[in-house]
Every structure is written in C-alpha cells, then in structure tokens.
Design a binder for this molecule. Structure first.
Ligand code: GLU
Length: 490
C-alpha cells in the first residue's frame, strides 16, 4: 500500500495572519482533501521573542473562519505530537546528539563579535560572507578552554563539500544548489532552541509529511533542509514551492497595497467563501474558464499541476467581484446578519431593535445587496435612509428641478401617494405610469426630478424600492425641502 498522503501548514505565530499564509494553508488543505490525505497544523514558535499565543489563536480562528479543519495538530492532537515546536525540544535534542556523534554536526564557540569580524573580512575581500568552519575540528583542549571562558556553544551542521543538492519541486522542477555556496549553518542556538531549518526537518520527518507545500521564499532554505534529511537517513518529502504574491503594481505585497491580513478582510465584511475562492486562484489556475468555485468544487478541481511558477498578482478588484457574487447569493436573512456589525459600527442600529423598527432596517439593508462587494460598504450604500439632510450632487442635478413641469409632477405625486391604500413597489410604479399618462411627459421627466428631489442625486436605487421604505410623509417632506432649496414653488 502506498504511503498515506500527509501535508502540513506550519505557521510562525509572530504577527497578524497574512493572506499569503492563508493561501499556503488553503493549497495544502485542498490537496489533502482532494486525495483523502491528512492535513496537519503545526506551530513553529522557535522565535521566542516574536511568537505569541495571541497570534496562534488568530491563526486558528482565521483557518476555522475560512472553513479549514485539521486532522492532526495543536488542539486536536494526534500520534506525532506535541505540535508546538517549543514543546518538542527533547525530540530535537535526541537527533542533535546523533548528528554530533555521526560527525554531521559540531559545537561552535564563536562569539557574535568573532562571527561579525569574519563576515566583514570576507565582504572586504569580495567573498560571499559565510561561516568558514573555525570550530569544525576543535581539539578537546580548545573546547575545555572555551568552556572555562563560559562560552555557550551553538550547534552547526557540517556542510559536505562539492555536493550538488537537487531539489525536486512540484512547481519548479529540479532546482540545483551547490553545497560549496553554503557555510556550516547553526541548527541549534546557544540557548538550546533549534533553528527553523533544523526543526522543520525533524518535524516533517517524524510527522510523516509526504508533501511540503509552502511559499517560494523557503526554496532557498530547502537545500539546507535536504542536507539534514540526508545526514539523518530520512526520506525527503516532495516539495512544492508556490509563487510570491505581488501587489497590482508587481511589487511584493505589503501594507501599502491595502489590507494584508485575513482578519482585516473578515472585519471588512468579506465572506469566507469569497476569500477562499480568490485565494485559490492566486497561483492556481483551473483547467476551464470557470472562476467561481464552491469549496467542494475547489477540492474536486485543485491540482498542484496547475500551480504556476510565476508570481500571483493580488488584484483587489477581482476579489471584490468574486465576493460580490457570493454576497448576491446570500439569503435576505444572511445578508442582514453580514450587514449588522457594519450597520452598528456606522451608528445606524444598535442590534437590539425589534418589531417594526427591525423590519424597516431589514428592508433598508436589502436595498444594498446588488450594489456592494463587501460588508463594510453597506452603511454608505444605505446612508440616504438615515439622513434627510442632503445637498445636490452637482449643478446638473440641481437644474433638473427647474424644469417647467416639475411643480405639476410633484403635486400629482403627492396627491396620488396620499390616495394609495397600500404603499409598495408596484403601487409606486403604477403611480408613475398614471402621472406620465395624465401629463403626457416622458418617463425621464417624471423619474429624474423625483429622484433628485428625494436624494440629491441623478443616480441611485430604484424609486419604487425607495419610496415605500422612506414612507409617504418622509418622501414628501424631502421633496418639498429640495424644491425649497432650489427656489421652486408648488
Ligand atoms: N514557519 C514557517 C513560516 O511561517 C513555515 C515554513 C515551512 O512551511 O516550512 O514561514
């Protein structure tokens, strides 16, 4: 039986959870779900100064929000735990002893000052700065001497000379590195904490990870990791390095390009389905023209064969378009729930409303559905229902009310509205038809002045939708106030 496919997502909990991290997690998760493999969540917290539990919580929250679950890892456990690197020091120590005993690693007593001096000397000599192996073959006397001085050693990996390291990468094919370009590197720091390049190998190997799918920035680390696999006699996993994410201007995605963390997108009111769909398309292309995929469809379609080498461009307009499609699919109830936190934040509701007030808010919010891409845009789209105090958008709009026929249209409208038994969309439409018929005016000469007088704008939501929500009195008062502002008397 072939080995069970197992992938992992191994974030460092050192800050906001970046969308690039979410994309790596998603590719791994989709890959695992597609082939019926396992998805592991491991926390790489060896950077003691920058790692926080808060950041770890954010990562878990974001993954769950996006709909990703894990079969093994922090919180859920598994046969290969613990799943937080700082809790695995005993495991690393065991392998470190073996590497030292086998001559693949050694203690290095160089101080930071000595290392820096070596670096500067190499740079001054136009050589590539790297560790030249001063402590490679220390005698026991030298070691005793250093110990007596109270120096705390690091452990370095002894890089073999003249070796080609070929990384077989699912995305990039064979990538060849020369071992001579790599100085002996630290695998355990002087405080006993392993470095990333070391811990990741022990973890991926002991956790039986078969495919390491991660960001391209780790490709240059991979030869260092391969050397450790080889030295320990571990089988290397299959690697797949997914491309960088660039901003629309083709520079590396950063805060300058807008929101970069999953949490920011959640707070802006993007839907997890929309963000997932967008993230999946960042570097992966489906075989056909389809752009909208449910999570089940993504699982079906996803394949590492269609992951591109070239950088993915984060096009926020595309994200907005995709998210808009998912927004439109929401039921009225779901859309209202999505809008709620944004409406509360805008001060348009408290969240405690009931009865008629709640129903009115629901009808107001519903008017935004076709016009927005994400939740935070909703308050602006419905602002006109919360303030009767508005101006004309421009002179052209103001001029609309000066048309000769305006008083006639408005007087008829007021009378017709008062006469209505039920105020709803069809009734308003019928009223407009009647006005057109009786005055002989074209549609535009009826709708446009009413729209401008009601909102100050020449464009906007359907009048048949708006007037029933505003109600008769408020609609008439708004129109009268606008006419007065324009000096038009009825
Ligand atoms: N902790 C590393 C990171 O967050 C993970 C690298 C890897 O997947 O090997 O970048």
């Amino acid at each position: 039986m072939s080995k069970q496919i197992k992938v992992r997502f191994a974030p460092s909990p050192t800050g906001p959870f970046h969308i690039g991290g979410a994309r790596s997690a998603l590719f791994n998760w989709l890959f695992a779900r597609k082939v019926g493999g396992k998805f592991v969540l491991r926390i790489e917290d060896t950077d003691l100064e920058r790692s926080t539990r808060e950041s770890e919580e954010n990562i878990k929250k974001a993954l769950k929000w996006l709909g990703m679950d894990w079969d093994e890892g922090i919180d859920v456990g598994g046969d290969n735990g613990p799943y937080r690197q700082t809790e695995r020091l005993d495991i690393y120590n065991k392998y470190t002893e073996k590497l030292i005993a086998d001559g693949h690693a050694y203690y290095c007593y160089c101080t930071d000052e000595e290392l820096e001096a070596e670096r500067q000397a190499l740079i001054a000599d136009s050589k590539m700065p790297r560790y030249m192996g001063k402590c490679r073959d220390l005698t026991s006397e030298q070691i005793e001497q250093y110990k007596a001085e109270g120096r705390k050693p690091t452990v370095r990996f002894r890089v073999p000379a003249d070796k080609q390291i070929v990384v077989n990468d699912l995305v990039r094919g064979d990538v060849v590195f020369e071992s001579n370009g790599i100085g002996d590197y630290v695998i355990v720091k002087s405080d006993g904490i392993p470095t990333y390049n070391y811990a990741v190998v022990i973890d991926d190997s002991t956790m039986e990870i078969t495919h390491v799918i991660r960001a391209e920035e780790h490709l240059s680390n991979t030869p260092r990791q391969c050397l450790i696999y080889d030295a320990l006699g571990f089988e290397r996993p299959i690697f797949g390095h997914i491309s960088l994410i660039l901003g629309k201007d083709h520079t590396k995605m950063s805060k300058r390009h807008g929101a970069t963390s999953v949490d920011q997108y959640r707070q802006l009111g993007y839907l997890p389905e929309g963000l997932n769909n967008f993230l999946a398309l960042l570097g992966w292309s489906p075989s056909g023209e389809q752009e909208l995929f449910t999570i089940e469809e993504l699982i079906q379609e996803f394949s590492m064969d269609h992951v591109a080498k070239n950088p993915a461009v984060f096009d926020v307009d595309k994200l907005n378009w995709i998210n808009q499609q998912y927004m439109r699919k929401l039921s009225a109830e779901e859309f209202f729930e999505t809008a709620k936190p944004h409406m509360i934040e805008a001060g348009y509701m408290t969240g405690d409303e009931t009865g008629e007030k709640l129903e009115w808010l629901k009808s107001v919010v519903a008017t935004a559905k076709e016009h927005i891409s994400y939740g935070a845009q909703i308050p602006a789209a419905v602002a006109m229902y919360f303030s009767d105090d508005f101006g004309f958008e421009n002179d052209e709009a103001a001029a609309v009310l000066k048309e000769e026929s305006v008083p006639t249209v408005m007087n008829m409208l007021f009378a017709e509205l008062h006469a209505l038994e039920v105020l709803d969309g069809p009734a308003v439409k019928a009223t407009f038809k009647k006005i057109q018929k009786e005055t002989g005016l074209g549609g535009k000469n009826v709708f446009m002045p009413i729209r401008v007088a009601l909102t100050g704008n020449q464009h906007g939501p359907e009048l048949a939708e708006m007037i029933p929500i505003l109600g008769i009195e408020r609609s008439i008062n708004r129109i009268k106030a606008s006419l007065e502002k324009s000096g038009v008397s009825l």
